[in-house]
Design a protein around this ligand. Sequence first.
Ligand code: C5P
Length: 406
Amino acid sequence: MTLKDKHIVLGITGGIAAYKSVMLLRLLMKADAEVQVIMTPAAKEFVTPVTFSSLSGKPVISEFFTANSGEWHSHVDLGLWADLMVVAPATASTIGKMANGIADNMLVTTYLSAKEDVMIAPAMDLDMWRHPSTQRNLTQLQKDGVLVISPGEGSLASGLEGKGRMAEPQEILDEIERYFSSKENLKGIKVIVTAGPTYENIDPVRFIGNYSSGKMGFELAGEFARRGAEVTLLTGPVTLETPAGKIKRINVSSAEDMYIAARSIFPDMDIAVFAAAVADYTPEIKANHKIKREHEEEITIRLKRNPDIAASLGASKKNQITAGFALETDNELENAQKKLKTKNFDFVILNSLRDPEAGFMKDTNKVTIVSKSGEIEAFEAKSKREVARDIVDILEKAIKEKSETL
Ligand code: C5P
């Protein structure tokens, strides 16, 4: 695969495996990528920057300022420029700094400014690799969405044998190519994701709402966009920024508004994921004026049923693949099966309220995906970004199978 027009920031840290990154850079250049190398000060003890600048055709960046000209290197611009940042080798120290936001060099500062994905190829001695601190930091980075290329086993620079050897340059290049080709996987596919809570007005200043943060739906929209899909993100009131990529965001407030918008978009879609926490009921009468406190000890707000967006669109579906969430407290699998029927879903993503790592406001989720054809796949607790990847993997497979049978 060609990497033409791909901008890659190659971060090099101070490990003996830095010599292998010379080969990685050569492979990237051969694949036609545009590469900007950033070295940590320690990396320069292992390989000279001249090697990397001659191969990449660009001066290596290492300091915040160029000593003689005083030119400032903007990590923000670099973070925006990069289509991918690859840190190879990633030492235990850099992994620790990245996991904790310790931005005391150009590499970690650029990492914090990177808008697109970041991949790391750890390299260290086996005891450092096994250390709980390293493992904790790696888990944190994975939660933050960093892609980790596992080190291999073999003889290490220390003379010891074991895990910690940086993946070979060709393997890293393969990962990079796989990453970019997956960006094309859903090209031309139109996706709608509903997200967030709905607000059901009682009067102009009060509403009935729920604690949905919208995070899961936003991560899904981001993941679909990363794979090249055209995404419509239909969201209730949330405080989240729209993820990067081809995403058309439509803000709504009530279930009724969400329903009206979804109904007009749905017929054109290939995939719909209903991740919104839609209020089941809404006040029958919405007062035009703020309801005043009078002498009554009690007041009554009568509620009426809201439209079930997923069920209504599910009933009208033609070729679309649809998936919805189920947040259950008991009889989870049984209820998931029911939802597959009543909402005509192809997949139900089950998250249990009993799970401390699942649900509203959290950054993590633990899901089980139940398919119409009877398959059940249970996943570990993961960051919502990783959960989004698992869900989109399954939907991508389903849409490919569908297009093959059509
Ligand atoms: O039936 P229940 O509300 O548990 O189903 C949840 C699923 O249905 C979610 O995917 C949610 O987004 C969707 N839903 C909807 N419209 C409603 C209620 C739920 O789209 N009014």
